[in-house]
Design a protein around this ligand. Structure first.
Ligand SMILES: *Cc1c(COP(=O)(O)O)cnc(C)c1O
Length: 360
């Protein structure tokens, strides 16, 4: 068996150690004679797995006690609707910051439920940076402020947490959760689809401050009501048990790496190496303002787009997978999530150097 280096934006690389453990436990979980996928979500065995995963995530992110952690389905895209349905309450509008494709999708969905005020946007600059705190025009009467800390497609990331005063801050952290330390108490709600930095697709993690629960619009489907899920410990119906279990293995793995502070240092180094190389080369380019560059998703272009196909073909032959940029932007994108080892970045840079020499 040879595992290649996987730069996929999502579903993305998982730690080999985690996959090996899941394999070893697949047919017979802890001597129970069946797999974790085949047991009741209400069994003592699964409930212990579920509770441990939540505790490990709480430890990793230092989640305060007045926050609930929910293990849901429907992806981040369902959260685009759940957030306004649950948080608008008796307010009439919410503030959204527009920094790219994922922000726009959140905005479009929220418009189905209420008035969306754009509190900041860098669209006129092709999303090559995010707004500064000073540029935000926040409405103190907004129900909440929604933003996208890391734009997975554009490769633009905030290096600060917006200060929204007493208005709850909501973050779509799908592609940056657990990549660096954050102060959870600055947020009203954090959500993330699991398939980038947490585990397999099919699981969505929501971290929500307790006082924001219980205000869902009357017609909200029960499955879209955070209060319903919080009241049932995320077992209002059958939860995504395998994803929850695997996320738990990833959380344990992250703890073994030294936790979020330790992986943050690795992530910072991985990204710096790749950006430094791109900037030093006249063959490759990245358009994002240096202080807004994503640590997780690094888009880059070749001087001659006619070589894109050959680049991808030769990269794949060299064991470097899934470097093709998003279909909406073209070029390349290397996603450097937690589970992508530093050696993968070294191998990518070496390949890029060789390719540039051959085609400059
Ligand atoms: C991947 C992604 C989404 C979409 O997630 P789904 O789980 O496919 O719904 C939304 N927002 C961001 C920032 C993402 O990276």
């Amino acid at each position: 068996m040879s595992r290649k280096y996987n730069f996929s934006a999502g579903p993305a690389a998982l730690p080999a150690e985690v996959l090996e453990q899941a394999r070893d436990e697949m047919l017979d979980w802890h001597g129970q004679g069946l797999s974790i996928m085949e047991m009741s979500h209400r069994s003592d065995a699964f409930v212990s797995v579920a509770e441990q995963a939540e505790q490990d995530l709480r430890d990793l992110m230092s989640i305060p006690d007045n926050y609930r952690v929910l293990f849901l389905q429907g992806g981040a895209t369902s959260q685009f609707a759940m957030v306004p349905l649950n948080l608008l309450g008796d307010k009439t509008s919410a503030d959204y910051i527009n920094t790219g494709i994922w922000s726009k999708k959140g905005i479009a969905e929220a418009r189905r439920y209420g008035y969306v005020r754009i509190a900041g946007s860098t669209e006129s600059e092709q999303f090559t940076r995010v707004p500064t705190q000073d540029e935000l025009e926040l409405d103190p009467n907004a129900a909440y402020v929604h933003y996208t800390p890391n734009e997975t497609i554009g490769g633009v990331e905030y290096n600060y947490i917006p200060d929204t005063g007493s208005v709850p801050l909501v973050a779509d952290m799908s592609s940056s959760i657990l990549s660096r330390e954050i102060d959870v108490s600055r947020f009203g709600l954090i959500y993330a689809g699991a398939q980038k930095n947490i585990g397999p697709a099919g699981l969505t993690v929501v971290i929500v401050r307790e006082d924001l629960l219980g205000k869902a619009a009357a017609a909200t489907p029960a499955m879209f009501d955070y209060q319903v899920h919080a009241g049932a410990d995320s077992m209002n119906n059958t939860p995504p048990t395998f994803g929850w279990y695997l996320a738990g293995l990833v959380f344990k793995w992250l703890k073994r790496q030294g936790g979020v502070a330790a992986i943050e240092a690795v992530n910072r180094r991985k990204a710096a190496k790749l950006y430094d190389y791109i900037d030093s080369s006249s063959f490759y380019a990245n358009p994002i303002a240096p202080d807004c560059r994503s640590w997780m998703n690094v888009p880059f272009t070749l001087a001659n787009a006619g070589l894109d196909g050959m680049f991808l073909e030769q990269a794949e032959a060299a064991g470097l997978l899934n470097l093709q940029g998003h279909r909406s932007v073209g070029g390349m994108r290397a996603s450097l999530y937690n589970a992508v080892p530093e050696a993968a970045v070294d191998a990518l840079i070496e390949f890029m150097q060789t390719f540039a020499q051959q085609h400059a």
